[in-house]
Design a protein around this ligand. Sequence first.
Ligand SMILES: Cc1cc2nc3c(=O)[nH]c(=O)nc-3n(C[C@H](O)[C@H](O)[C@H](O)COP(=O)(O)OP(=O)(O)OC[C@H]3O[C@@H](n4cnc5c(N)ncnc54)[C@H](O)[C@@H]3O)c2cc1C
Length: 493
Amino acid sequence: MLVDCVGILVSIAFLPYAAHSLRLGEQEVLGQSTEDLSEWLPVSNPTKSFWIDSPNANPLAAEGSEGALTDNADICIIGSGMTGISTAYHLSKLLPESPSDPLTAVILEARDFCSGATGRNGGHLTPRAFMEFSTYSELYGEQEALKSLAIEHHTAEGILGSLKSAGLERAVDLVEGGHINIFFTEQSELDAKADYEAAKAAGADLRGVEWMEKEYVFSKFGASHPGVRIPAHNLWPLKFVTGLYNITKLKESKLSLSLHTRTPVVSISPLKSESRELLSRRWNLTTPRGSVSCSYVVHATNAYTGHLLPQMRGSEGIVPTRGQIIAVHANASAEALTKVSWSGDPGSEYWFPRPVNASEGEKPLVILGGGREASAPGYERFVIDDSTLNPVVGQSLRQFLPDVFPGKFDETQEPEMEWSGIMGYTRIGDPFVGPVGHGHDGQYISAGYSGHGMPRAFSCGEAVAQMIVANLTGHMWTIPDWLPRRYLTSGLQ
Ligand SMILES: Cc1cc2nc3c(=O)[nH]c(=O)nc-3n(C[C@H](O)[C@H](O)[C@H](O)COP(=O)(O)OP(=O)(O)OC[C@H]3O[C@@H](n4cnc5c(N)ncnc54)[C@H](O)[C@@H]3O)c2cc1C
């Protein structure tokens, strides 16, 4: 059992970088905090992450940060992480060709391109295979539980498909190494097995799931714990998002796209218009560089949503929660470590070895995140500052791998890099997807992935793009069979 919120023991199964999914009866717990923040914009001097600050990793970092600001667009997307760029990408796929008059979209990013959670995360694209199935089934029914799995498989397929069709697998260091979750307690293994059986009985696709005895894990990998292996990938998230932006940019005949980094949107106000035209300008976005008027607004600001949508602040909305990562060299070869990605359960650690194609005998750099359990009682909730680190979390991370894999890691080895990033947590761990609601005509949101965004944000952006295109073309949007109904924002207004 891991303590992950104030004074309460919660069981956190399988979503290591999420640590959000609480067992039945405990889901109310996250709603208890009354803390609030006065500042909700990204800080201007974030810690340096391996993904962003490796040489030449972010060619779009300062794109559109100087010169004239686009002051008018059909669609304004706020945020250039996985959600914002996926929304633009899917708009460009869904919109009809219009060489003479394509729709215009502008992406406004407060800092450098993709410098939020997407550029600072753990790099795991691990769709849940059966995790939390019993919990979701009891809370929402079997069909919704199946959809919780479906969206993550749909996302992984979508991401892999977009990479493969553009030939970008190598450019983003895509690795199909699978993911092993090891169990540190008997209870966490029992919980996982119960989820597996429930998912199996409901007809979930469980191909590729392999249960492993402690002895097997030890002989093959060097950790003395039982585990389960599930299909999964890891990749360089910033490079993926950059690739997606470039693909979208090429589809000018459908969506004419511009990007302004280092341009925070500080407020949004309504524009007075008598026109009933869908593309009449409804909203004015204010930035320090001037303002932009547009018809549709997409809030792809995740942890920072509360700045522009104050109704989303607090425990019932989206709670900024700081995560921390180290990049540390192993004391073993790449062959010994294999290409598998890992997480420990219960707990919130997650790691995988890089580089992807290490030379013989090379000691890989391991990207390891988590350690928030050491930061009780706050657990980094309501921390929105990624310019600093929590030394207690850092110490816990340094200790973790040497403890779990004796001999393969050296506890005196200092990390090459250490950084933080801000996740957006919701009360039950699911994002808000859809129209912002009453008084916000034409504004949409997709945010609040609760630390588990890689297998969800891409598809949630797709859903928002579908909604906008349906609205524009006068069609009724129908919920895709892969989208859990409970993600929809009906309760937001
Ligand atoms: C340390 C850490 C580790 C993680 N590890 C994993 C993992 O391994 N696997 C996984 O599935 N998930 C992981 N996650 C979660 C995952 O990274 C996120 O869920 C996902 O990246 C969210 O994408 P996004 O585009 O919605 O948000 P972000 O990537 O945060 O993008 C939001 C963007 O909006 C910008 N912005 C905010 N406010 C404004 C404003 N007012 N004006 C203009 N721009 C603004 C921000 O600067 C930011 O670039 C991790 C997160 C963190 C922080």
